[in-house]
Write a protein that binds this ligand. Structure first.
Ligand code: C5P
Length: 403
């Protein structure tokens, strides 16, 4: 299942072509097809003869894949056999050792290999095979050749494979193939930029098993991290404790407390172009204590909380001229005035403010309603939008203001 924060509306109407070859993992190409169609990306597919021993073209057609190709000389085939050339990306998943070898050597002895040879756009290949076939010098040589030609290579995973062997050879997870395809469909307008994000809540423990925190899910930060990575940025996400999938193309530094997040961010930020601070950092922490568990006993428990460092204010306050910072603000009242004063006080380039306690906005919601304000005095109120869409627009805004 593809997580919602991987679903960017900006890809609606794109078209991909899927090549499916003869591996037991061929059934996963159906999940991939569904994921693209869910995003209103059109999917065409070509199945080799061997693929059709595992899955049928009927299954792909029933999901909505169109056009569908199988045999080059099939009766009633009324498509131009090289028609996939108009697709925005060509994805081969799963790819056998055989198709990898054919691609590396320019063979064109069936419909899929002909289509791949003639295809002018971005190609991605996700192999699946027995680990010994994968490790074979011939396969490794072919794989290297594909890399040298600019083919997007999605390495197989390690683990148990269907034939009982263990090693590298399992098809990469469907969500990885999905996100790598979206990257191939994205403008590479953040290429060369390094982006650091903080996201999620922090936890401040007051005994060894209890903590003070907030319900942040980190979705907004994840959407921003993924959008930046899709557009070519090198992304580091410093994540508080969240159950949140992030693609392998994002470097993840997990932390727990505000002070750990601060240390990680202070370490990473000097090498970055942009810092984006979406984390819902606990402003206070209980006193350090090594008690296993506070026992109840009728008496009140009094703890004196210490202020935590303001990560954004500290790092943005001493940023270089060539660095940009983006801050977030959840406000209960006076959205505009509070956002404007935070923009100035924390020395930000951009602030994204949202009202708290509004349905469809804020913590744990898939959507948000935000006011965006930059240091040049530009300001816009956006209607309620998916967080993925807000993330995409924030990068558009940053790019418009980056020389
Ligand atoms: O001052 P306030 O908490 O409303 O500011 C919110 C912004 O500051 C967010 O971007 C948040 O990630 C960041 N922040 C921080 N460290 C803190 C508190 C907030 O980085 N201790």
């Amino acid at each position: 299942m593809i997580p919602d924060h991987y679903l960017f509306d900006t890809f609606h109407g794109k078209r991909i072509h899927l090549g499916v070859t003869g591996s037991i993992a061929a059934y996963k190409a159906l999940d991939l097809t569904r994921a693209f169609l869910r995003l209103h990306i059109q999917v065409g597919a070509t199945l080799t003869d061997a693929a059709r021993k595992f899955v049928t073209d009927l299954s792909f057609g029933a999901l909505g894949a169109d056009p569908l190709f199988t045999d080059m000389f099939a009766e009633g085939m009324n498509y131009d056999h090289l028609e996939p050339a108009v697709a925005d990306a060509f994805v081969v998943a799963p790819a056998t050792a055989n198709i990898v070898a054919k691609m590396a050597n320019g063979l064109a002895d069936d419909l899929l290999s002909c289509q791949l040879l003639a295809y002018p756009g971005p190609v991605l290949v996700a192999p699946a095979m027995n680990p010994r076939m994968w490790q074979a010098p011939a396969t490794q040589h072919n794989w290297k050749t594909l890399g040298e030609r600019g083919v997007g290579r999605i390495e197989p995973d390690c683990g148990n494979v269907a034939c009982g062997d263990t090693g590298q050879g399992r098809l990469a997870p469907v969500d990885e193939i999905f996100i790598r395809t979206l990257a191939a469909l994205s403008p590479q307008d953040l290429r060369g930029k390094k982006v650091m994000l903080t996201l999620g809540p922090t936890r401040e423990y007051f005994d060894r098993v209890r903590f003070w925190s907030n319900p942040s899910t980190g979705i907004m930060g994840a959407c921003l991290a993924i959008a930046a990575a899709l557009r070519g940025a090198e992304v580091t996400a410093i994540t508080g404790p969240v159950e949140l999938a992030l693609p392998a193309m994002i470097r993840r530094i997990p932390v727990v407390s505000a002070r750990e997040m601060f240390e990680a961010a202070a370490d990473v930020f000097p090498s970055q172009d942009i810092g984006c601070f979406t984390a819902a950092v606990a402003d206070f922490r209980p006193p350090a204590c090594d008690i296993g568990k506070f026992k109840k006993g009728g008496a009140p428990l009094a703890l004196t909380f210490e202020p935590n460092p303001d990560i954004l204010a500290t790092l943005s306050g001493s940023k270089r001229q060539d660095q940009q910072t983006i801050g977030f603000a959840a406000e209960a009242q006076n959205l505009e005035a509070n956002a404007s004063s935070k923009l100035a006080r924390k020395n930000l380039d951009l602030i994204v403010a949202n009202p708290v306690d509004e349905p469809g906005a804020g913590f744990a919601s898939k959507t948000n309603r935000v006011l965006v304000m930059d240091r040049h005095g530009r300001q816009e109120s956006w209607p309620q939008l998916p967080k993925t869409e807000i993330a995409w627009r924030i990068w558009d805004w940053i790019l418009m203001n980056t020389p």
